[in-house]
Design a protein around this ligand. Structure first.
Ligand SMILES: [Zn+2]
Length: 489
């Protein structure tokens, strides 16, 4: 039922209301409540023990690292961390949950009342509330295909049982699929900066469910919400929401009612379809997990120490420190690791802004043209620093620098290697340069007049002309000096 038939006027009558639930696997060495390895990709059912298999009598022991990571994520997402939080057993049966209950948090989650600011279409920002961040354990995996007898059997891999998760629940503050996309993008970026998760969606380290409803604009009460599950990329979240919003409006416009249900996103068909009705709410019969308590004071101090400079703050600082545009700052802070490498390099150069400039123009431009990623660049950060310093010292001209970069990318060699071999010729002979300057000055009486009338920036015109005449080989520092001397004389 693609809803392409709806006119913009009909769509505009309704307001979507979206809330997101994100599950993030925490990157601890061991699981949440036992000593088993927390690792993706091991042979099935090898990282298991009586605790995570839920054998009778086994007792969970809380992994302090998981609490530390959850606390760090909570702070980074502007949440208030509860002084004491407890765990609860969430009872339900599923084949990949051998205990028959999941250890989660219920009415006393570790953190609440956070927010993320997202950019909006009109260039401002909008604050999306975070209701809560709570800790829980992951379940195992049911494997429905890939075996010779998959038609008749389902296999279980319980390695994932007990993997520590942070579940991050947003307020129903999101109004458009684009806002949902931005919220998720910012959240992932923040979590990556804190290094509490690898946020790898292909491996299931970050998973997203969306709750979406529509209501006539101006109406206060929410419409009936539908949960969309099984969406494994942010792009698909946006598409699934776009589809689902139009579907719901079409149902309502047709005089029918939205039924509360869980729907799955089918990326191949580009649509959602009903998985199960949610008419009867699950009764999970939460009750306190007796042995597990978090006293946050001890974790808070440590988490505050570890809290890195977060992406938004870092961009603001770098914009002023390196004289960047917001777009360039975004590029340089795409990952914490890259931003760290850039800043370490820039600080070692004579002119840090020059390093940013070369990276964003000369290097990025060539990478773009070749369709390469930043980490595939033949020119290292050290190479860029060397190029920036040579330029600043006047040992190469900007034209020579471009030529050296061309060779580096053509031959896939680092800048230093190319420079050592090519060592571009430089005209450092003052009399040779003076001869070129005389020629340019003689040919440009108007510009000379302007300079002498006080327009000192005209010096740049003469430097450029002589540089061109020297085929880029004039020593820039010497050339500058001689040009000024000539014009002033
Ligand atoms: Zn275990």
């Amino acid at each position: 039922m693609p809803a392409a038939a709806l006119s913009p006027e009909v769509l505009a009558k309704y307001e979507p209301v979206i809330g997101l639930e994100v599950h993030v696997q925490l990157l601890t060495a061991t699981k949440a409540f036992c000593g088993c390895a927390n690792r993706f990709g091991s042979a099935p059912n090898t990282n298991v023990c009586p605790v995570c298999l839920g054998l009778p009598g086994a007792l969970p022991v809380l992994n302090a690292k998981a609490v530390e990571f959850a606390t760090l994520a909570s702070l980074a997402l502007n949440c208030q961390v509860r002084e004491r939080s407890i765990f609860a057993r969430k009872n339900y049966f599923y084949p990949d949950l051998p205990k028959g209950y999941q250890i989660s948090q219920f009415d006393k989650p570790i953190a609440e009342h956070g927010w993320i600011d997202v950019p909006t279409a009109d260039g401002s920002t909008k604050r999306i509330g975070i209701t809560r961040l709570h800790m829980e354990e992951d379940a195992g995996k049911s494997i429905h295909d890939g075996f010779a007898d998959s038609a008749t059997r389902t296999y279980l891999d319980l390695n994932r049982c007990g993997t520590p998760l942070a579940e991050i629940v947003s307020e129903p503050d999101i109004r458009t699929p684009d806002e949902a996309f931005e919220y998720l993008t910012r959240m992932k970026e923040i979590l990556l900066y804190t290094q509490v998760s690898d946020c790898n969606m292909e491996e299931g380290s970050l998973r997203c469910d969306a709750n979406v409803s529509v209501r006539p604009r101006g109406q206060k009460e929410f419409g009936v919400k539908v949960e969309v599950k099984n969406v494994n990329s942010f792009r698909f979240v946006r598409l699934a929401l776009e589809y689902e919003i139009e579907r719901q409006i079409e149902v309502i416009e047709g005089g029918a009612k939205i039924s509360q249900e869980t729907r799955l996103w089918d990326a191949g068909e580009g649509r959602t379809y009903s998985m199960r009705s949610k008419e009867q709410a699950h009764d999970y019969r939460y009750f306190p997990e007796p042995d597990l308590l978090i006293v946050s004071a001890e974790f808070l101090a440590e988490a505050k120490k570890q809290l890195p400079e977060l992406p938004e703050a870092r961009r603001a600082r770098m914009i002023s420190e390196y004289d960047l545009s917001p777009k360039d700052a975004q590029t340089l802070t795409a990952s914490r690791e890259f931003a760290d490498r850039f800043e370490a390099a820039a600080k070692s150069a004579k002119n840090p802004r020059r390093v940013a400039n070369l990276l964003l123009s000369e290097v990025a431009g060539r990478l773009n043209a070749l369709g390469l990623e930043q980490d595939q660049s033949p020119v290292s950060m050290a190479g860029i620093v060397q190029a920036a310093d040579l330029l600043d010292e006047g040992k190469i001209s900007s034209k020579q620098l471009k030529q050296l970069f061309d060779i580096a990318f053509e031959k896939s060699e680092d800048f230093g290697v190319v420079y050592e071999r090519e060592k571009p010729e430089q005209i450092t002979d003052a009399s040779a340069l003076e001869k070129l300057i005389d020629e340019v000055v003689a040919a440009s009486p108007k510009q000379v007049e302007q300079y002498r009338a006080g327009k000192k920036t005209m010096a740049g015109f003469f430097v450029g002309q002589v540089m061109k005449a020297s085929k880029g080989q004039a020593n820039p520092a010497l050339l500058n000096e001689l040009v000024v001397k000539k014009l002033e004389g």
